[in-house]
Ligand binder design. Structure first.
Ligand SMILES: [Zn+2]
Length: 255
């Protein structure tokens, strides 16, 4: 089986002590590609360093994370957008709206989200969307771009079945990770209803480790646990889920 971890922050300090080992464990388990979402200007260099250390395995994204949208967001976006002239990115991410941690910059978060979608369309890139306590706000921005050919993923999806159906109707994939293994998350019932045809696998490591590692550091090798859980939910073979989600990922990110 082959897998793609479509969302890992492998470049963060949590992996400084054993990054090579974590990548080796992942590759040894069939996770042959890892996609790295950016956070802000400070994460660019560590992210690009990981990409040059693991060529053909790690691929970078460019974007300003909603929790990093502060008073200086315009200059951050200007600098981030300049990077496309120099480097090749597979997506604009992660971008979106987060009302869980802080609502102070909600207006700016919406403006930054919209600007980065325009940027993604201009560069023919998919978007990797972070949405926390903000589905109405996220969809209201996405609605403005209907029919414009925008594609992407709702990463770490935790919405309702209605949210899932709306996202799929708009041409989006759902990023499924450790949350689907959490007892009482309810996500198992939602993905059961949507079917595997629009799902992609992700860890969001070092965060959101699946059971039985919940609360510990997450890593890309745990993608196999997510895949196994989905196979149980759909009563399908692990190989089938791996193949469907792999093709969904290569299609979306043009890998
Ligand atoms: Zn993330």
């Amino acid at each position: 089986m082959q897998f793609i971890d479509t969302h890992t922050h492998l470049y963060l300090p949590e992996f400084d002590a054993d990054r090579d080992e974590a990548v080796n464990r992942a590759v040894g388990n069939g996770i042959i590609k890892m996609l790295l979402p950016n956070i802000d200007m400070d994460s660019v260099n560590p992210m690009l360093a990981a990409v040059s250390r693991y060529p053909g395995i790690c691929y970078p994204m460019v974007g300003l994370h909603p929790t990093s949208v502060k008073a200086d967001y315009v200059s951050q976006l200007d600098k981030l957008e300049d990077l496309v002239a120099k480097y090749s990115f597979i997506a604009v991410g992660e971008i979106g709206i987060d009302l869980y941690w802080d609502k102070t910059f909600l207006k700016e978060q919406i403006i930054a989200f919209r600007r980065q979608i325009v940027f993604a369309l201009k560069n023919s890139l998919p978007v990797v969307i972070h949405s926390r306590d903000s589905f109405p706000e996220v969809f209201s921005v996405l609605d403005e771009f209907e029919g414009k050919g925008l594609r992407g993923v709702l990463h770490a999806f935790t919405g309702t079945i209605k949210d899932a159906e709306k996202a799929i109707r708009m041409g989006f994939k759902l990023g499924i990770g450790g949350i689907v293994t959490f007892k009482n998350s309810g996500l198992d019932k939602i993905v059961k209803e949507t079917g595997p045809g629009n799902l992609i696998l992700e860890t969001d490591s070092p965060y959101l480790a699946p059971v039985p590692f919940r609360g510990k550091r997450n890593e890309s090798s745990y993608i196999c646990i997510i895949n196994k859980k989905l196979a149980e939910i759909y009563d399908m073979k692990e190989e089938e889920i791996a193949s469907i989600t792999y093709l969904n990922s290569t299609g979306l990110f043009k890998l």
